[in-house]
Design a protein around this ligand. Structure first.
Ligand code: PLP
Length: 356
């Protein structure tokens, strides 16, 4: 029973359910939370080692300027167009608190990232969903008609891995008066992105994560790019020191080592094609993905049984017991070896099912 002095909104809500994190050292093939299967760049570890005691004694630079300069150089934008956060979830929290007032509303195509409704609720705002159009196309007009304060679009989307062209986002940004947040946590695995849109559209903010593309989910680092006057408002909302000295040093080194990051993206994209083909061959219906995971409908409606069967063999994938998703598995693309292990177990499990 929640204590009576807790805010009613908090008391009555469920928190976010993260993917299972096995104890460190346990021997599992972990394909359930879209982490990058490669270690971070060696330059990241070097940068962390170089942080000295004096630097730890002091507060960090409150706006992570070395990091912002590295990102600015990469994307050709000014430091003042960038805000850094403790993971892109922190950026999403800051965005919600900046643009969605209590009593207001936040809209998103459905299904999408399951954190969005929780962020709305915490603001005492309504969360409004609009179904994706056929082929996972963006429901531009229905989203505009919500009259929400902000629209969040994960692109590529989670959990589908589908991608909306920047042209469709421009259509939305032109018609909609509120904020359009393009959540690009997976954009480095996709054929394009929306960063250039912020130049023309003051109401577009693009968020990025270092968790997936830079193998730093444990470090917690993300950022957003927008127009200067928009970012300045978000700066007022963030915690004073939302990024620590170790993570600023590490995240900066990661962004500066593009060659290493790109090597991991290329490997993951090649494996994504192979996993898609092999899953299809054993009866899955795989939605073409532009992220580092695939969403696959299991043969014979056996998603939960296959999830359990994989888990029994030490392979974790994600199963959502929700309408529209309960016949599917979301599978993170791992190393070739990890993917082989997954495919091997799935081949034997689906073969057994066919016989049964
Ligand atoms: C669409 C989407 N956005 C944001 C995040 C959060 O990323 P981060 O680890 O940077 O907080 C995730 C994590 O899975 C995600 O799927």
């Amino acid at each position: 029973m929640a204590p009576p002095f807790v805010r009613p909104t908090v008391r009555d809500m469920d928190g976010y359910t993260p993917g299972e994190q096995p104890a460190s050292g346990s021997r599992v093939v972990k394909l359930n939370t879209n982490e990058n299967p490669f270690p971070p760049s060696p330059k990241v570890i070097q940068a962390i080692r170089q942080v000295d005691a004096e630097t730890l004694r002091r507060y960090p630079n409150p706006t992570a300027d070395t990091f912002r300069d590295a990102v600015g150089k990469l994307f050709g934008v000014s430091r003042d167009q960038i805000i850094a956060g403790n993971g892109s979830d922190d950026i999403l929290t800051i965005t919600t608190r900046t643009f969605v007032p209590p009593g207001g509303s936040l809209a998103s195509p459905d299904p999408s990232y399951s954190l969005y409704p929780i962020l709305a609720k915490l603001e005492d705002a309504r969360f409004v969903t609009v179904p994706w159009l056929d082929g996972w196309d963006l429901p531009v007009d229905a989203l505009v008609d919500t009259n929400a304060n902000a629209i969040y679009i994960a692109n590529p989307n989670a959990p589908s891995g589908t991608y909306v062209s920047p042209k469709r986002i421009v259509e939305l940004a032109k018609k909609f008066k509120g904020l359009v947040l393009v959540d690009e946590a997976y954009a480095d695995f996709a054929e394009g992105n929306c960063v250039s849109l912020v130049k023309e559209h003051a109401n577009v903010v693009v968020s990025r994560s270092l968790s997936k593309a830079y193998s730093l989910a444990g470090l917690r680092f993300g950022f957003a790019i927008g127009q200067e006057q928009v970012i300045a408002e978000m700066m007022k909302v963030k915690d004073s020191y939302n990024c620590d000295v170790l993570s600023i040093a590490a995240a900066t080194a990661a962004i500066e080592d593009q060659d290493y990051a790109k090597f991991t993206w290329e490997h993951i994209k090649a494996e994504r094609t192979r996993v898609t083909d092999e899953l299809t061959a054993i009866g899955f219906n795989v939605i073409p993905s532009q992220a580092n995971f695939v969403l696959a409908t299991a043969p014979h409606g056996q998603a939960k049984a296959l999830y359990d069967g994989l888990k029994a063999e030490g392979i974790l994938v994600r199963y959502f017991d929700k309408p529209g998703l309960s016949d599917k598995l979301r599978i993170t693309i791992g190393t070739s070896q990890e993917n082989n292990a997954l495919l091997g177990v799935l081949k034997s499990l689906t073969a057994v099912e066919k016989v049964a």
